[in-house]
Design a protein around this ligand. Structure first.
Ligand SMILES: [Zn+2]
Ligand SMILES: [Zn+2]
Length: 236
């Protein structure tokens, strides 16, 4: 606490790094819901959890809602290229959108932990390693949500966490682009180190799928016999 007090006393509130404030808030408010910051925590309270929306019967190959249809209306059961399976439970909206915003923009560790607690159950291939979609080069310091989620998957399944993917060049933020530009933006974006084991590839959100497709392509090109994808949320 001495270091924190010195840091706060030395600068006006307006100049304090928001990430430092996030760390202070987590220390002062360790047991409240990270979304409403009122109800008891440390995970999402029942009221906030009621604002989560589950994907309706997600396709196991692309995670689009298939809502009982015999074949996936989006991928026709062909799945996302290079991805052997895609597991996502939640719609990226409501409480999940808020929580991910708090985790990514404010960098609050309590929100990151609450996100990890929402990861779906998984069947993993024996001998798998867990690989996060990596942060962009030069990103600001603070928790990286996909890496934190990958660490949680690795802990839960007692698998090794391996940062075997790297991003080889800067790219525009995907959410600012249309669908065609998203694929071009991430073409050849990742490289993986050589490997021979199945991979559980973890990302926070899937929108067009372009990022996980390119990450899985790099892992397959490097020798991965199987890539299964898990993400926290999907836009619909
Ligand atoms: Zn709450
Ligand atoms: Zn599908």
């Amino acid at each position: 606490m001495h270091g924190l007090r010195r840091g706060c006393a030395g600068r006006s509130i307006g100049n304090v790094d928001p990430m430092a404030w996030a760390a202070v808030l987590d220390l002062l408010l360790p047991s409240v819901c990270p979304r409403c910051r009122v109800a008891p925590g440390p995970l999402l309270c029942p009221g906030c959890a009621a604002d989560l929306e589950e994907l309706a019967d997600p396709c196991p190959w692309c995670a689009e809602p298939r809502a009982g249809a015999a074949r996936c209306p989006v991928c026709d059961d062909r799945g996302l290229p290079h991805c052997d399976r895609v597991t996502v439970q939640w719609v990226y909206d409501g409480a999940l959108r808020d929580l991910v915003g708090i985790a990514k923009i404010e960098g609050r560790a309590a929100a990151v932990a609450a996100c990890a607690a929402l990861l779906p159950p998984l069947d993993v291939a024996p001998g798998s390693v867990v690989v996060p979609v990596p942060p962009s080069p030069g990103r600001r310091p603070g928790p990286h949500l996909a890496t934190a989620l990958a660490a949680a998957v690795a802990r839960h399944h007692r698998l090794p966490l391996r940062r075997w993917l790297r991003q080889v060049r800067p790219a525009a933020e995907q959410h600012r682009l249309n669908r065609a530009d998203r694929m071009r933006n991430v073409e050849g974006l990742f490289r993986a180190r050589p490997l021979t084991v199945p991979v559980v590839l973890v990302d926070d959100l899937i929108t067009s799928g372009a990022t996980v497709i390119m990450a899985a392509a790099a892992l397959k090109a490097a020798g991965a016999p199987q890539v299964q994808v898990v993400a926290l949320g999907r836009t619909v």
